[in-house]
Design a protein around this ligand. Structure first.
Ligand code: NIG
Ligand code: FE
Length: 407
């Protein structure tokens, strides 16, 4: 049995439990001073304070009095894509909006063209490099979406790449099918046919191959309408794919549908209206907020405090993608959670660990440092939780431990 003992933890900070925390609970963090954690065969075996147990055969890691938290959960990424879109920066600087670029054939469509041209090997190599970088910043679990194939063959190719990465990379990945990311150019004048293709051709194959757990849709006036989104998510449910929805990112549509349909999570919610918050609270939907996207779009920030107040659990993730958010660093998300959402460091920690895990249905396995969960930890170059929320722009993840192994 492989054993890893992390000792001399100045402060261990973790949420507790196996489900999302909402309201006041979101800000409740367990703090243990002078702690240790024992991991056996990749699973947390015990957590304690004071005298360190003598464990025969254990590899010992000295945390040197630093802060330790659970590994970070990035519950929303568009990891699989060809090319980049740095050319859009100049367009943005000259005043073009995200939707202007998309409607002129740039944006998601241009990444789709590059993704269709890329082989599975090329996509895997590129994503693997991003996963290495994410892990270096403290992320130990990642959700990854398809959605730049927009044709059966290429959507399946992206999901296969995710499966392959989950099998071969240290990172744990969860896949989301997002064939409804954009109506591709060849279906522009026949959008009903594309929605039919997503629901009747792609989804059965996704189910048959068992390569996705969730279904997501970009609900936006210029992308998929509320009715089309409902159609896609209901079809997904038929095929065992739990619904997620990109809602209220640019225009305030989608969050009400999230509540009505009982989505596991709604994403973005930048301009979420009070009715949307109420609908999500009623439907038990987790708000998966993506502050680095607001930052990159020069947009406002989601009303996170109102969500906490209304009892909607808040998770936070990167949204890593080549367009609206070319950022894969969860530490920047942590900073923005405090500075822009005005969440407390405790609420932010819950958002990037336990609530992120719950947003991808993994709260029984990751998201807290507790017996029985995966041995995923970050030793920070920091004395306490406030410090990692306050320092901006440095990588403070000192040692990342994944399933009981030092990365
Ligand atoms: O979450 N909104 C839709 N999808 C991504 C952006 C994709 C892109 O710009 O390539 C998002 O922001
Ligand atoms: Fe997204």
């Amino acid at each position: 049995m492989k054993k890893l003992l992390v000792k001399n933890i100045g402060l261990l900070a973790t949420p507790e439990g196996k489900s999302a925390h909402r309201g006041e609970e979101q800000g409740k963090i367990k703090f243990l001073k002078d702690a240790w954690v024992l991991i056996e065969d990749g699973i947390i075996a015990s957590v304690g304070t004071g005298a360190v147990p003598a464990v025969e055969g254990a590899e010992v890691v000295d945390a040197e009095g630093h802060l330790v938290t659970p590994g970070l959960v990035d519950a929303h990424t568009h990891l699989i894509f060809g090319g980049w879109r740095q050319n859009e920066l100049g367009l943005k600087l000259h005043g073009a909006s995200y939707l202007d670029i998309q409607n002129a054939g740039g944006g998601i469509q241009s990444t789709t063209n590059a993704t269709r041209q890329a082989s599975e090997q090329e996509l895997a190599a590129k994503a693997s490099k991003a996963l290495d970088e994410m892990m270096g910043f403290g992320t130990t679990t990642v959700e990854a979406k398809s959605g730049y194939g927009l044709a059966t063959e290429h959507e399946l190719k992206a999901l296969e790449v995710i499966k392959d990465l989950n099998d071969h990379h240290r990172m744990d990945l969860v896949a989301t099918f997002m064939g409804a990311h954009l109506v591709p150019a060849e279906y522009k004048s026949n959008r009903e046919e594309y929605v039919r293709l997503v629901c009747e051709e792609m989804m059965p194959k996704v189910k048959e191959q068992g390569i996705a757990k969730f279904c997501d849709v970009f609900c936006e006036a210029d992308t998929f309408t509320v009715e089309e989104s409902r159609q896609v998510l209901e079809a997904g449910l038929k095929y065992g794919l739990r619904p997620k929805i990109h809602a209220d990112e640019i225009e305030a549509i989608g969050s009400q549908l999230a509540g009505e349909i009982g989505a596991i999570s709604a994403e973005h919610l930048i301009v979420c209206p009070p009715e949307g918050i109420a609908s999500m609270a009623k439907g038990g939907v987790i708000a998966c907020l993506l502050p680095a996207t607001s930052f990159n779009l020069g947009a406002v920030f989601a009303p996170a405090r109102d969500m906490v107040k209304a009892g909607v659990p808040v998770a936070m993730a990167t949204d890593f993608n080549p367009g609206s958010c070319p950022c894969l660093n969860m530490q920047f998300v942590i900073n923005l959670g405090c500075l822009k959402y005005k969440l407390t460091p405790e609420e932010v920690l819950t958002a990037v660990t336990l609530n992120g895990a719950a947003a991808i249905d993994l709260a029984d396995k990751v998201g807290s440092v507790e017996e029985g969960k995966l041995g995923d930890l970050v030793i920070w170059d920091a004395p306490d939780l406030d410090y990692i929320c306050y320092r901006v722009g440095s990588n403070l993840a000192k040692t990342v431990i994944k399933r009981g192994e030092i990365v």
